[in-house]
Design a protein around this ligand. Structure first.
Ligand code: ADP
Ligand code: MG
Length: 261
């Protein structure tokens, strides 16, 4: 990998010949105290690519996602979205964050706002869209994720699967360049998992660039262009889903797959 000076995140750590992916992580390191949670992470995600990240609990998957939209800082290395290094703070950071949609395990909808208001909020505040246009776009997105008739309800009146689909619509409302999903179905009752995975499948088919942390191996097999296997803060293996599931190379991956499949 290219030579890097050790810097806080920002332009100074930029590799001399920067790779051209939509998301570029170059030699990223992060510690939580003594824990080296991300170790020399090199990961390039191309436009339109769907990358599924799997690995044991505690391996750093969530932290990796959170560094991509700067919910976590990094200690050294370089991260860029669409050629722009992650800014440290301020307006630039807010703008860049808007390019990165994120959907969490817990849906994180605003309880005191309606479904429609949850989806329009970011557009009104960050994108400064006028209300009529924001409402129209939100209704289109709610229709796209199959909950158009829930627009005027409050989150608590919806099922978990419906709430998560609203969370996806809310992220899409910012017209992101990449969508990050961190175990989006892990908190759902089993009968609701598929309705969320189907929306994600559809997004993938439409060409959305996606990073998906999930234990849903069926989704990984059918939607992923690439599987990234993490263990102990490192990317241990990267392969196509076919290669990875039929012929994992590392002992760590073999061991992991033997426990979940
Ligand atoms: P995963 O998503 O793969 O389960 P995480 O990225 O959540 O892993 O966590 C990786 C490791 O970092 C775990 O050991 C976790 O306890 C630790 N960790 C995560 N967030 C923090 C934090 N804010 N402070 C201290 N340790 C953390
Ligand atoms: Mg996690």
């Amino acid at each position: 990998m290219s030579k890097l000076s050790v810097t806080k995140d920002g332009d100074a750590g930029r590799p001399e010949s920067a790779p051209s992916g939509l998301v570029v992580m170059d030699n990223v390191n992060k510690h939580f105290g003594a824990l080296h949670v991300l170790q020399d992470i090199d990961l390039t995600i191309e436009r339109g690519e769907v990358v599924v990240v799997i690995g044991p609990s505690g391996s750093g998957k969530s932290t990796l996602c959170r560094t991509i939209n700067r919910l976590e800082t990094i200690d050294s290395g370089y991260i860029a979205i669409d050629g722009k290094p992650l800014p440290q703070e301020g307006k630039e950071l807010a703008k860049l964050r808007a390019d990165v949609g994120m959907v969490f395990q817990s849906f994180n909808l605003f309880a005191h706002k309606t479904v429609l208001e949850n989806v329009t909020l970011g557009q009104l505040k960050v994108r400064k869209t006028d209300k009529k246009a924001a409402d129209e776009q939100a209704r289109r997105l709610l229709d796209r994720v199959g909950v158009a008739n829930q627009a005027d309800k409050y989150p608590a009146q919806l099922s978990g699967g419906q709430q998560q689909r609203v969370a996806i619509a809310r992220a899409l409302a910012m017209d992101p360049k990449v969508m990050l999903f961190d175990e989006p179905t892990s908190a759902l009752d089993p009968e609701m998992i598929n309705e969320v995975l189907e929306v994600m499948q559809q997004l993938a088919r439409e060409g959305m660039t996606m990073v998906v942390v999930t234990h849903e191996m069926g989704f990984a097999r059918s939607a992923a262009n690439r599987v990234v296997f993490m263990a102990d803060g490192k990317i241990v293996e990267e392969a196509t889903p076919d290669q990875f599931f039929s012929n994992p190379r590392s002992e760590r991956a073999k061991d992991f797959l033997s426990k979940i499949l």
